[in-house]
Structures are given as C-alpha cells and as structure tokens.
Design a protein around this ligand. Structure first.
Ligand code: YNC
Ligand code: MG
Length: 388
C-alpha cells in the first residue's frame, strides 16, 4: 500500500506486534564510499538546484512556492504562509549544510517547482544522543502532484544526508505514514475571536453572543509575573542550563548547546519570541517561554488575507507555575496583535491547555524518525521536540 515507504528503513506497520526488534538504528550505516555519488534522476524536463538562501531572488521564489503550494487544512480554507525571514531562520541553524536545501526547477523556464530541506540536529532518544537531519518543507507544485516526485526528493535528501555520515532523521507530517513515534493534537487559544469567527477558523459557541465571546477571551493589558522580560543575548547561558535540565525529562528531545539556543531562541522580529522570568531579588533566571510566528493565508475571504498565529515553542517553569507563565505568553502575543495562539499537547502542555481556554483543533501532527526504532512509540507528553 505504501510502495515507497515499504522500501525504507522505518518502522513498518506489519512489525508493530514484533517485540523482539530492538530500539535504535534499524539499519547500520554503510561505508561512505558506498553512498551513491550522483543525484537521483529526475524526469527530463526538470533539474536539481541547490538553493542559496543568501540569494534574495531565490528566497523570494522559495517563499512563493510554499505560499502557493504548501500545507493547507483539511477544508482548504487556510495555507501556511512562512515568511522569508522564518525560512532563513529555520534552514540555517549552526553548522547547516547548503547541499541540504534542495530545489527542483523546470529546465526551460528555471521556475522552482519543488523543494525539500534538511538541517542538522542532535536528538536524544532515551539515553542515546544521535546526529540526525530534521527534514521539512517538502513541497511539490500543485500542477505536478501524484507523479511520484516526492519519493525522488526524499531519496535525494537521504543521499545528501548520508554523504555527511548521518544516518537518522526526524520529521513531522499531517498524513499517516509508517510509523509515527507519536501523534499530537493542535490546540488553539483565540486572541481575536471576532476575526477568527469571521474567517471561519472558529464558530460562535452554542448560546454565545459575539460580545460574550470577546469577553470570555479577554486578557490583561500586560504580563503579570514580576521580572517577566524578553530574552537577550546575555541570557543564553542561563537559558541553555534551564532548557537542558528540563528537556532531560522527556524520552525524545533535542540536545541543545549554547549555539543552538542562541540560534533557535534568541528573539527575532516576527520569527521567534522568547521571554524569561528574572527573579527581582536574586536576578536568577527561573522560567522561560517562547513562541514562533507562522501566519496562514486565508483563502477565499473578502475581508481578510492572513491570520497571524503564534505557536508555542519551548517553555520551562521552575518557580513560576507553567499556567501563569503561559498566561503571560498569551498576554504578550495579544499585545503584539496575534489572532490565535496554537500549542500541541507535547511536553507538559496538557497541564494548562483547558485552563487557559485553548480548544482542541481537528489538526493532528504525526512525529517520525527515519532509521530509528522506538518500540511501541511514546506519548505526546514524552516528546520534547518542536519543529515545524
Ligand atoms: C509526506 N508529507 O505516502 P507511498 S511534511 C513523507 N511525508 O508514498 P507523490 C509523503 N511522505 O505511500 P505528491 C508525504 N506525503 O506510496 C506523501 N508522501 O509509499 C508519500 N503537499 O508521492 C506518499 N508537505 O509525489 C507516497 O505525491 C508518495 O505529488 C507519493 O507529493 C507529496 O515536509 C507532497 O503537505 C507532500 O506538496 C510533496 O502533496 C505534496 O502528493 C505537497 O506522488 C502540500 O509520497 C505540502 C505538504 C509535506 C509537509 C514535511 C516532512 C517531509 C518528510 C519526508 C520524509 C523524510 C525522510 C527522512 C529523509 C532523510 C533520511 C536520512 C538519513
Ligand atoms: Mg508528484
């Protein structure tokens, strides 16, 4: 049924009941000399194109490919609209490989028609820290769908990852493939309920009026926790310590060092926002929260073209209760004019979702590892990984 995925070193549905299979790599690495040297063949009208994200023209083309052809909701009402600045951030972490930013162009017109990317990461599964590729932004132009181009893109990124002596990967998808390590649900917290209802993102609840709904979701003007402030460069060491100690609690989580924290968590306008609590007495950093910015295009609405969405990223509480910390995150997101704050039920998020008036969405996100088995999978609350 999965002509391509059945050939790949991933957990196969038929093996689910086999308890004799050990956790860890499914296949051993092959000698680098045996890694295929040439790119996989493409249909004759197309060519591979390694993308240079320093090139503003390329970045604009990539932005446009994704803005018109990337992920939509089930009802085709919204489509992710990753900003160019977000794409640069997501694709160029410490020690990134340019060869892993893989485009496909039409040979004649040079138009960018497909893309897939990887970035390097150290990911821990139980006590095994593994160098992996995080694969993201797989996209084939709408006019070229269902022609088996996706497997060619996946094989090609796999080849280029292997060339760096890396044999495992992590990725997420909205579709079910063999075999998720866990399946998470999106939850949504309305910040601008009137607009969300106008664009069809949410509906007026039973027996609710618009003004009661607006009142229900109202938030204070400013954060409530004393010492709550934006993260700065001087905080990188303290945030790294907090985050490392926290992520150690989860079964699968990134192994972040200070360079990773500086890249992934230092605030960048309209890309990632991070706040922390600095104790007014001891000046110790005790708590941390963050979200990234991913707008969605609103398809076919006369009044609005985009939804401004914040996505919960990494949050750590040691002194401030997590619920209070996240309430402050909602308050700053509201101050910054976001329409909705989204979170998955990963890490300890279940402890605040209902209390802070998040509602469950229909969207599911499946998490996968390539060439790494975790027997029986894990629960969303055992997952310390956020990558989109
Ligand atoms: C998907 N999202 O099952 P079988 S997520 C992986 N991830 O293969 P065709 C996918 N595989 O079942 P189309 C997939 N979606 O026959 C489909 N597939 O074995 C599989 N959408 O290929 C599918 N972006 O080319 C089937 O399908 C085969 O033309 C069919 O193209 C698919 O970035 C796609 O949702 C998704 O642009 C490109 O629909 C297209 O439909 C599209 O005939 C909108 O493909 C955007 C969208 C996906 C976002 C993402 C993560 C991707 C992970 C890829 C796997 C990485 C593996 C690890 C590699 C490194 C290894 C090392 C070391
Ligand atoms: Mg295709």
């Amino acid at each position: 049924r999965h002509k391509f995925w059945e050939t790949q070193p991933v957990g196969q549905f038929r093996d689910a009941a086999d308890s004799s299979l050990p956790d860890g790599a499914i296949e051993p690495p092959t000698p680098l000399s045996e890694v295929r040297a040439d790119p996989y063949p493409l249909p004759a009208a197309f060519e591979w194109y390694t993308c240079d994200l320093d090139d503003d023209a390329l970045l604009t083309d990539l932005y446009a490919l994704l803005a018109h052809n990337y992920v939509e909701d089930d009802e085709n009402m919204f489509r992710f609209n990753y900003s160019p600045a977000f794409l640069r951030w997501a694709l160029r972490p410490p020690s990134f490989f340019r060869a892993w930013h893989i485009g496909v162009r039409a040979r004649e017109s040079k138009k960018l028609v497909a893309f897939i990317s990887g970035v390097p990461a150290r990911i821990r599964a139980r006590d095994d820290v593994v160098r992996m590729a995080e694969i993201n932004f797989l996209c084939v132009h709408k006019k070229l769908r269902s022609k088996r181009l996706a497997p060619v893109l996946i094989r090609e990124v796999t080849r280029r990852v292997h060339q760096e002596n890396i044999w495992q990967a992590a990725y997420t998808a909205g579709v079910v493939l063999p075999t998720p390590i866990t399946t998470c649900r999106y939850w949504h917290r309305s910040l601008n309920p009137k607009k969300l209802i106008d664009v069809g993102f949410s509906r007026l609840g039973p027996r609710m009026t618009m003004s009661r709904t607006v009142r229900l979701y109202k938030l204070p003007e400013a954060p409530l926790t004393p010492g709550f402030r934006q993260m700065e460069l001087r905080d990188v060491a303290a945030v790294t310590r907090l985050l490392r100690a926290y992520l150690a609690k989860f079964v699968v989580a990134p192994d972040f060092d200070e360079m990773d924290v500086e890249h992934w968590l230092l605030p960048r306008e309209d890309v990632v926002d991070s706040y922390l609590v600095e104790s007014p007495e001891t000046h110790e950093v005790t708590d941390f929260c963050s979200f990234y910015t991913l707008p969605s295009s609103v398809l076919n609405n006369a009044n609005y073209a985009t939804l401004k969405a914040a996505y919960s990223y990494y949050n750590v509480s040691t002194k401030t209760p997590l619920q209070q910390l996240m309430n402050d995150a909602l308050i700053v997101a509201k101050q910054k004019n976001y329409d909705v704050f989204n979170a998955l039920d990963v890490m300890e998020n279940e402890s605040f979702l209902k209390e802070l008036k998040f509602g469950p969405g229909d969207g599911q996100l499946h998490y996968y590892l390539y060439n790494y088995r975790i027997r029986n999978g894990i629960k969303p609350s055992e997952l310390g990984l956020r990558n989109d």
